[in-house]
Design a protein around this ligand. Structure first.
Ligand code: DC
Length: 217
């Protein structure tokens, strides 16, 4: 892709795509963008303004005013924001407003590893390498539960499992850019794979596709 390299890492919530994308970026020297943070930042702006998350145009207005500094807002990782992000992200208006931001980021040399839901299908259908990272829903819920507990939040496993299943359904069934594996994406199932093993597997594929020099030691 015009001298820049784009690696797309898509998958459902808590599958390990963020961890994998960060490691891939560190080992290739590419930049990293967690596209979920963009939707989370818009959700935070919508909540703050008291807008109706069902109103696509109102949400789009927030998306259009998004600035990079908004991605650094505290609390964006909260479960409440994640849930709202999944609602806000279902609007075509919002997705259209945010696709340019992601493409500009990815096309800035030397390129980027971008994780999300529709990076390999919609945002960068011509990405150099595409991964679809997934895991059994209970394994993902257990990870998310551990993460919340380690952050000092009181979390009930049943509630986490339910919230995650609802988010999976919303992200997969929405009409615009639903979560789905690109035909040419390589699946990495992390149910029984730790982060280091998943990264090695992905790096092997990157080396194979882009040449050994694409991976720094
Ligand atoms: O990856 P995450 O959990 O931080 O994402 C939060 C929500 O944002 C997710 O439920 C769906 C939405 N999202 C999206 O629709 N497209 C993306 N590329 C990334 C996230």
């Amino acid at each position: 892709m015009d001298g820049v390299i784009v690696i797309a890492v898509d998958g459902p919530v808590a599958a390990g795509k963020g961890t994998l994308a960060r490691e891939l970026a560190a080992r290739t020297g590419l930049r990293h963008l967690d596209s979920g943070m963009i939707y989370r930042a818009v959700a935070a702006l919508v909540l703050e303004a008291g807008d109706d998350s069902g109103d696509g145009r109102a949400c789009r207005r927030r998306a259009e005013r998004l600035v990079v500094a908004d991605l650094e807002r505290p609390g964006l990782r909260d479960q409440k924001i994640g849930s709202m992000a999944s609602r806000v992200a279902a609007h075509r208006d919002v997705r259209e407003a945010l696709v340019g931001f992601q493409r500009r980021f990815g096309r800035t040399p030397p390129g980027a590893v971008i994780d999300g839901r529709d990076i390999g299908t919609v945002v960068f259908p011509d990405a150099d390498v595409k991964f679809f990272v997934t895991a059994h829903v209970r394994a993902r819920a257990a990870r998310r539960h551990r993460e919340l507990v380690s952050m000092g939040e009181t979390a009930d496993f049943g509630n986490v499992l339910q919230e995650l299943s609802e988010r999976d359904r919303r992200d997969s069934e929405r009409a615009w850019a639903p979560l789905r594996k690109a035909d040419d994406a390589v699946v990495i199932d992390t149910t029984k794979l730790d982060a280091a093993a998943a990264a090695e597997k992905a790096l092997d594929i990157v080396r194979h596709r882009l040449g050994a020099a694409s991976v720094l030691s």
